[in-house]
Ligand binder design. Structure first.
Ligand code: MN
Length: 188
């Protein structure tokens, strides 16, 4: 996938250098790996969602990372002060977490306490109820029948150049660059 913004658009929250490695090297490697594994497999014509629900081994891991990174890189915009959801999604967050502030605190804590590499997710169940989950390695909530809406990548490659070991500081800063119009479209 092409980035929907310039490589320096998310600064200072995520540097151009981090985007360069994360999108240009890490994601590119997952794409190259999957393209090498798919020919002759059962999944040559499958969607990424189908693959992550049905495959195993290297095909599952690389397809999972591609799906996760497409959702991740597709959800950001230049930093905004007082960045917050609006409309139906804002109402659902208030209904299911008490308030936007309480949601952000729970989501950030979930990312900070995930042991090892993985992803923290906001998803919707089939009734539209919102849930936060920790997924390890390349897992995605579609594997549990959930609709993924928002994700923070907590693999060290996502933040180490800019924040070193300070994962909680990185997660707290990401709230400035979430493009809530994208998350709202995913929820509808
Ligand atoms: Mn990543």
């Amino acid at each position: 996938m092409a980035l929907p913004y310039a490589t320096d658009a998310l600064e200072p929250v995520i540097s151009r250098e981090t985007i360069g490695f994360h999108h240009g090297k890490h994601l590119a490697a997952y794409v190259n790996n999957l393209n090498a594994l798919l020919p002759g497999s059962l999944f040559e014509e499958a969607t990424l969602e189908d693959i992550v629900c049905k495959a195993s081994g290297g095909i599952l891991n690389n397809a999972g990372q591609i799906l996760n990174h497409e959702l991740y890189f597709g959800q950001f915009c230049a930093p905004k002060a007082d960045n917050a959801p609006t409309g139906k999604l804002a109402d659902a967050i208030a209904r299911d977490f008490g308030s936007f502030e309480a949601f952000k605190e729970a989501f950030t804590k979930s990312g900070a306490t995930l042991f090892g590499s993985g992803w923290v997710w906001l998803s919707a169940d089939k009734d539209g109820k919102l849930v936060i989950s920790q997924e390890t390695n390349a897992a995605n909530p579609v594997q549990k029948g959930l609709k993924p809406l928002l994700t923070f990548d907590v693999w060290e490659h996502a933040y180490y150049l800019d924040y070193q070991n300070r994962r909680p500081d990185h997660l707290a800063a990401l709230w400035q660059i979430v493009d809530w119009s994208v998350i709202d479209k995913r929820y509808k």
